[in-house]
Design a protein around this ligand. Sequence first.
Ligand SMILES: CC(C)(COP(=O)(O)OP(=O)(O)OC[C@H]1O[C@@H](n2cnc3c(N)ncnc32)[C@H](O)[C@@H]1OP(=O)(O)O)[C@@H](O)C(=O)NCCC(=O)NCCS
Length: 193
Amino acid sequence: MKITKYEPQYEEGWLRCRVLAYLHTSMYEDVKTSKPMFDGRPTIELLAIEDDMVVGILDMVLDTEEIQTSFLAKGLGAFLSVIAVHPDYQGRGIGQQLYDKALEELKQTPIEFIELYTRGDESANNFYRKLGFELLLETYDVFGVEHRLGKDVVIKGIQDKKLLVETEDGQPCTHTLDRLGCRRQPKAETRVL
Ligand SMILES: CC(C)(COP(=O)(O)OP(=O)(O)OC[C@H]1O[C@@H](n2cnc3c(N)ncnc32)[C@H](O)[C@@H]1OP(=O)(O)O)[C@@H](O)C(=O)NCCC(=O)NCCS
């Protein structure tokens, strides 16, 4: 296994590694179909490669004097946008090696802190704690329709294998139930470490 800088020829491998790593986590729905390129901002983009296959990925975006994105700390930060290891290769120190390599590269920069967002996945959060991250803030993701467009709905029956849904004031509801159902999902926990 080797850790190298990201090369565009590995984009498909990057995407597959990410989607598989997230598959059984609370981030499962966060699927990328092309690799984020961060608008020319300074980055650290690393790959773990074994037998020419991408088995681990890490992306960090670095603040500059002009662009500082953290709202939790003052100064120049790096945002750990993704660190993920292919499920068949987890628990072998690859995540740690990716992170160590990024830390080494950060030594050449004026970056003062690293920030990341995570959810309630204990294995990932244990990993982040092991790396030295501390929980600074807990917040909630609320899934919903656009502000003021949400209305309560009444299920009237079934027609053509679809639920007949009306808004509470008797108007036909053209949204899919799936979308309306989003309003009623439990709040998902988001953590900022
Ligand atoms: C989190 C992740 C990047 C860790 O990579 P990894 O290569 O499996 O981790 P490592 O083998 O380098 O482990 C380093 C340390 O992290 C901790 N750790 C890693 N996996 C863990 C797990 N499943 N449970 C508890 N602790 C874990 C351990 O302390 C471990 O050190 P140790 O082996 O000395 O005990 C990887 O498991 C992953 O991609 N998971 C899916 C992504 C994810 O859950 N994302 C959530 C959204 S942020």
